[in-house]
Design a protein around this ligand. Structure first.
Ligand code: ADP
Ligand code: MG
Length: 287
């Protein structure tokens, strides 16, 4: 068996009506990518680099104009596999308000299950379990539009989780949230990984969120520009700059110290790691 999700030389254009057309601009260009079951992949890239287009290929919302995407061995272009693919790969989008479809939280979470033909007797238990998993069970009879942004996103996550997917794709899920809401959503993602080992693809423009992943993929101009562990990738600040990305603040600080003559590495991902690296440097300098 190959990877859980595989992109083979995928091209996509919004302007060619689904066909390969030499003149149409490409939003994805010959993109190849394999995603292993159970991994946590962050996708970074400047605006317009193709992140959302990539995300929508992961569960057959968009189909390649050339090349192939497979999920658990099924081709997303095969119409008879679409339901099975969407059971395996769920999507959470940026704007929580656009994802609310019902007037009660629990109805909202049940909605996709009804669409996917889950037996009614099973729906109740799945909805309750999913709401507990995201810490929103006590809000099950509330009106979703009255909740905070972070709570709405957790309800959207519960809606996806209730389908028991193998993979959840998050397309900038924290972009519209305040810092508290961001933290709620990120903690929820991390707890789902711990509890269920669910595969996570997290599109984000926050380097600190990407630092939590096992693997970071940087997109540029519809292709994969960098691919590696956060620690290796975040220290490559010149390359990141060419993809339109600023380094994390910790790496920028360490780089500033290097420019000032300190012999210090750039591979601290967190504020704590950065503080430790500086302390170590100073301790060594004293000896
Ligand atoms: P990102 O999510 O990284 O900001 P997108 O995948 O949304 O990038 O966009 C990639 C490219 O496709 C951009 O050039 C964008 O303008 C174009 N694009 C995105 N959505 C549409 C659309 N619905 N119709 C036409 N062009 C689009
Ligand atoms: Mg986008």
């Amino acid at each position: 068996m190959g990877s859980f999700i595989s992109f083979e030389q995928v091209c996509f254009s919004y302007e060619s009506g689904g066909r390969r057309d030499g003149d149409a601009p490409l939003a994805l260009r010959d993109l190849s990518l394999d995603i292993d079951a159970g991994s946590f992949v962050a996708v970074l890239g400047h605006n317009g680099s193709g992140k959302s287009t990539l995300a929508k290929h992961l569960n057959a919302i968009l189909l390649p104009v050339s090349g192939r995407v497979t999920v658990d061995g099924m081709d997303t272009a095969d119409a008879s596999s679409v339901i099975e693919i969407r059971r395996r790969v769920g999507m959470v989008f940026q704007n929580p308000d656009n994802q609310i479809v019902a007037t009660l939280v629990e109805e909202d979470v049940a909605f996709a299950l009804e669409n996917l033909g889950v037996p009614p007797a099973e729906i109740r238990g799945r909805v309750d379990a999913a709401l507990r998993d995201v810490g929103m069970y006590e809000f099950r009879e509330h009106a979703p539009h009255r909740l905070s942004g972070g709570q709405k996103q957790r309800v959207a996550i519960a809606g996806v989780l209730a389908m028991r997917p193998r993979c959840i794709v998050f397309d900038e899920p924290t972009a519209m949230l305040d810092p508290a809401g961001r933290q709620e959503v990120i903690s929820t993602i991390l707890s789902l990984r711990r509890e269920y080992g669910v595969t996570v693809v997290l599109v984000t423009h926050h380097m600190d969120e990407a630092a939590l992943a096992d693997r970071v993929v940087v997109m540029n101009d519809g292709g994969i520009y960098m691919d590696g562990a956060p620690r290796d990738l975040f220290s490559r600040i010149d390359e990141l700059g060419r993809a339109g990305l600023a380094p994390t603040q910790t790496v920028a600080l360490l780089d500033g110290l290097r420019s000032a003559g300190w012999d210090i590495g750039l591979d601290a991902l967190t504020v704590d790691g950065c503080a430790r690296a500086i302390k170590e440097y100073l301790d060594n300098a004293q000896n």
